[in-house]
Design a protein around this ligand. Structure first.
Ligand code: FE
Ligand code: FE
Length: 184
């Protein structure tokens, strides 16, 4: 038999009107959308810097491509806010701020023109992609749970792109960067 385990054993959250849009979970969902919206905007500013710092043209090209894709992720989130009848507001994401600080640190700690620099930049970028994959994966499930299938579909498209970016970065790393970094 199925059991529900809910700490605190509060009755199922229902709003005064009983509408999903007014529920606490919906509010929480929108808040998390604002968080990833801030994260994507912050990343959009950081990617050109990472591109400039890259040693290889391959990695620079990967960062360039993902800058354009990140622009699309931002536009997609704006569409999501619109579908939910919410204002697109950015709410500071501490995690993305930290991840991008780490990327800055890697640039400071490595010499320009080296493959160790690129190996480090890929590490930083993949941490960012995995953060985005975790976020979009969970938010997509939230959207589905609440019956926002149109929103879920949009979040899935971005999720697929983040996953593809992660794979592309691994391919660049394994093609020659890691090997050359090890020889430096
Ligand atoms: Fe993104
Ligand atoms: Fe991304």
């Amino acid at each position: 038999m199925a059991t529900t385990t809910k700490a605190g054993a509060k009755p199922a959250a229902k709003s005064k009107t009983g509408k999903m849009e007014d529920s606490e979970f919906h509010e929480f969902f929108v808040d998390e959308l604002k968080d990833i919206y801030w994260a994507e905007k912050h990343l959009l500013k950081a990617l050109p810097k990472m591109k400039k710092a890259a040693t290889s043209t391959e990695l620079a090209a990967a960062f360039h491509k993902h800058t354009e894709e990140t622009n699309t992720h931002i536009a997609t989130l704006e569409k999501v806010f619109e579908l939910l009848d919410e204002k697109p507001q950015a709410k500071k994401c501490d995690a993305m701020e930290g991840l991008l600080k780490e990327a800055d640190g890697i640039i400071e700690d490595t010499d320009a023109g080296t493959m160790i620099r690129d190996a480090g930049l890929i590490l930083a970028a993949q941490k960012v992609e995995h953060y985005e994959i975790a976020t979009y994966g969970t938010l997509r499930v939230f959207a589905q749970t609440m019956g926002h299938n149109d929103v879920a579909e949009l979040l899935q498209i971005t999720l697929d792109n983040e996953k593809a970016t992660d794979v592309a970065l691994t391919t660049v790393a394994e093609s020659f960067i890691n090997e050359q970094a090890a020889a430096e």
